[in-house]
Design a protein around this ligand. Structure first.
Ligand code: DHB
Ligand code: FE
Length: 283
C-alpha cells in the first residue's frame, strides 16, 4: 500500500524564486532565507519520496476571477510553469502521477469532498518555489508531483476545519492505493503577510510561531481557528496557512510527529517565512 511518511511546510514567496533564478542566493538578504533550507535539501536526498502531493494556491495565474474552484486536483501527465508576468520561471516541467491522482480523486470525492479535476493546468510560484527551496536547481524534478490547488485568493475561502478534514480523506485515499509508494504531502503559503491596503507589510511573528507550535502539537484545536482570525492576526494573505492544515490532517492521527526541522525568518519580500519538516513516527 502507499503511505504518507512525512509532511513538509513552507512559505512560497515569488521573490525567493526570482532570487534563485537570477543567481542572488548568496546575497546576504537571501542567504539568511536559503540557509534555513540547507538541512532540508540534505534531508530530502536521504528521504526521497516516490511522489509528492503538493497543496498550494494559484494566484490568479492559471485560474482567474472567471472560474474559482475551491479545491482543484491536478490529474494530468504534466504541468508547465505559468508566466506570471516576467516569463515562465526557468524550472523543469512538473511531471504528474495521473494514476495515483485518479485514485485519490475517486476516493476523496466518494468520501464527500467535491474536487475539481484538472487534466490540464499550469502551476505558479505557489508550487514551483517550494520545489526550488527543497531541491535547488536540478535539470528535472526528482519525482512526480500531484498538485492540489486551494482557493485562498477570492472569498469565500474554505475553513481550516474543512482543510484539516480533507487532509484526513487524502490519507485514506493514499493508504488504499495498491502500489507500495512513499508519499510526502507538502503544505505551502503563509506565514503572516498582507500585500495590499493600509496594513500592507503586516508581520506577526508571535502569532506565526504559535501557529507552528499548534500545527505540531494541537492540529485539531488549530483547525478551529476562524478565517477572520487569520486575516486579523496574520494579514489578508496569511489565510494561505489553512493549506498547511490539509498536509497536517494527512499525517497519522493521534500521534505526535517527529519534528525533523523548524525554521522561521522575517522577512522575505513582504512575508514571514516559516518551514517545518514532520515525519510520522516509525512503528
Ligand atoms: C508575496 C508573498 C506571496 O505569498 C505571494 O503569493 C506573492 C507575493 C510577497 O511577499 O511578496
Ligand atoms: Fe501566496
Amino acid at each position: 500500500m502507499a503511505k504518507i511518511t512525512a509532511s513538509v511546510y513552507t512559505s512560497h514567496v515569488p521573490a525567493i524564486g526570482a532570487a534563485l533564478d537570477l543567481g542572488k542566493s548568496e546575497e546576504p538578504y537571501w542567504k539568511k532565507v536559503f540557509d534555513g533550507y540547507e538541512f532540508s535539501k540534505k534531508w530530502i536526498k536521504e528521504n526521497k519520496p516516490d511522489v509528492i502531493f503538493l497543496v498550494y494556491n494559484d494566484h490568479a495565474n492559471n485560474f482567474s476571477l472567471e472560474l474559482i474552484p475551491t479545491f482543484a486536483l491536478g490529474t494530468g501527465e504534466s504541468f508547465e510553469p505559468s508566466d506570471e508576468g516576467w516569463g515562465k520561471r526557468p524550472v523543469p516541467t512538473v511531471q504528474g502521477h495521473p494514476d495515483l491522482a485518479a485514485h485519490i480523486a475517486h476516493s476523496v470525492i466518494q468520501d464527500d469532498f467535491d474536487l475539481t479535476l484538472c487534466n490540464k493546468m499550469e502551476v505558479d510560484h505557489g508550487l514551483t518555489v517550494p520545489l526550488s527551496l527543497m531541491f535547488g536547481q536540478p535539470e528535472a524534478w526528482p519525482c512526480p508531483v500531484i498538485p492540489l490547488h486551494v482557493n485562498v485568493v477570492q472569498y469565500p475561502v474554505p475553513s481550516g476545519k474543512r482543510c484539516y478534514e480533507l487532509g484526513k480523506a487524502i490519507r485514506r485515499a493514499v493508504e488504499s492505493y495498491g502500489e507500495d509508494l512513499n508519499v510526502q504531502i507538502w503544505g505551502t503559503g503563509g506565514m503572516s503577510h498582507q500585500l495590499q491596503g493600509p496594513r500592507a507589510g503586516l508581520i506577526n511573528a508571535e502569532w506565526d510561531n504559535k501557529f507552528l507550535d499548534r500545527l505540531i502539537n494541537d492540529p485539531a484545536g488549530l483547525s478551529e481557528v476562524s478565517h477572520i482570525e487569520y486575516v486579523r492576526e496574520a494579514g489578508s494573505e496569511g489565510i494561505e496557512l489553512v493549506m498547511w492544515l490539509i498536509a497536517r490532517g494527512a499525517m497519522d492521527e493521534g500521534k505526535t510527529p517527529d519534528v525533523m526541522h523548524r525554521f522561521f525568518h522575517v522577512p522575505a519580500s513582504n512575508t514571514a517565512v516559516g518551514h517545518l519538516i514532520l515525519e510520522n513516527p516509525k512503528d
